[in-house]
Design a protein around this ligand. Structure first.
Ligand SMILES: C[S@@+](CC[C@H](N)C(=O)[O-])C[C@H]1O[C@@H](n2cnc3c(N)ncnc32)[C@H](O)[C@@H]1O
Length: 242
């Protein structure tokens, strides 16, 4: 298990309670899949506790929800029991196809080599098979990065870069949209605790003094009605195997 997967595995208990933005993103992506299209053999990668999976429960066919973190899969089985859950690394999809649909909500930005992963996903799709993905963009946690630039745990590509990666992997894109969500926290410390509870550990540890100063700066700079803000930005795309 990579460090990223381990962090998610450990975060399972607090993940959903702290994932309002993730739930909103899962809902936004699910709305792109019309009820009449929810059929066939589907494979979802990085399904976590099933925030997106649960939106697809009226699926006609087989719905494989997969994640590399065993605790996530265990929780997912309880929360979205209609899906077939399986521990699987999204980087090794062989054996999960042939699929009519591939879904990945809020996963791709965690993968080191998305170009080769997307090619391998393309290979398990049937000709004309479809995929829908949501990926976090630069701009997510922009406030936190202003005060603690060294802590970002994510791989940041822009929407154009993701579009190129998907097209070069053999997908013809039919719909693309940017998505933005602003979450309000009582203060920066609460936000930071929530970020940890979601399984997003910083790349490098920060000293206590520096952290306190950063939290003070956050509370001052990003305060508004009801607390401090944290911005989420994502890109949603849907397409077909060509
Ligand atoms: C931010 S969570 C998103 C979970 C869910 N899709 C949602 O929208 O709430 C990312 C998930 O990807 C999983 N993950 C990370 N790297 C993975 C990999 N290489 N293969 C499969 N799952 C992975 C993590 O365990 C975690 O459950």
């Amino acid at each position: 298990m990579t460090g990223i997967i381990q962090n998610f595995d450990r975060a399972v208990a607090g993940y959903e309670a702290n994932s309002t933005a993730q739930a909103a993103l899962a809902q936004a992506l699910a709305q792109w899949i019309a009820p009449g299209e929810r059929r066939g053999h589907a494979v979802e990668f990085g399904a976590g506790t099933g925030l997106f999976t649960r939106q697809m429960t009226l699926w006609r066919g087989t719905y494989h929800a997969t994640d590399a973190a065993p605790q996530m899969v265990q929780r997912g089985k309880m929360l979205a029991s209609k899906a077939n859950w399986q521990i699987a690394d999204a980087r090794q999809p062989d054996g999960l196809g042939p699929a009519d649909w591939i879904f990945a909500c809020n996963l791709l930005q965690w993968l080191d080599e998305p170009a080769s992963v997307l090619r391998s996903w393309r290979k398990i799709l049937r000709p004309g098979g479809q995929m829908a993905v949501a990926v976090l963009l630069p701009g997510t946690f922009e406030e936190l990065q202003t005060v603690l630039p060294e802590t970002s745990p994510l791989r940041w590509c822009g929407a154009e870069e993701w579009r190129g990666l998907l097209e070069r992997a053999g997908f013809s894109l039919e719909r693309m949209e940017s998505w933005k969500h602003v979450e309000i926290y009582p203060n920066a410390l609460t936000l930071l605790r929530a970020v940890h509870a979601m399984g997003l550990a910083p790349q490098r540890k920060v000293g206590a003094g520096k952290l306190r100063a950063a939290l003070r700066a956050y509370d001052k700079k990003f305060v508004g009605r009801g607390g401090v803000r944290a911005t989420w930005q994502a890109w949603l795309a849907r397409g077909r195997a060509v």
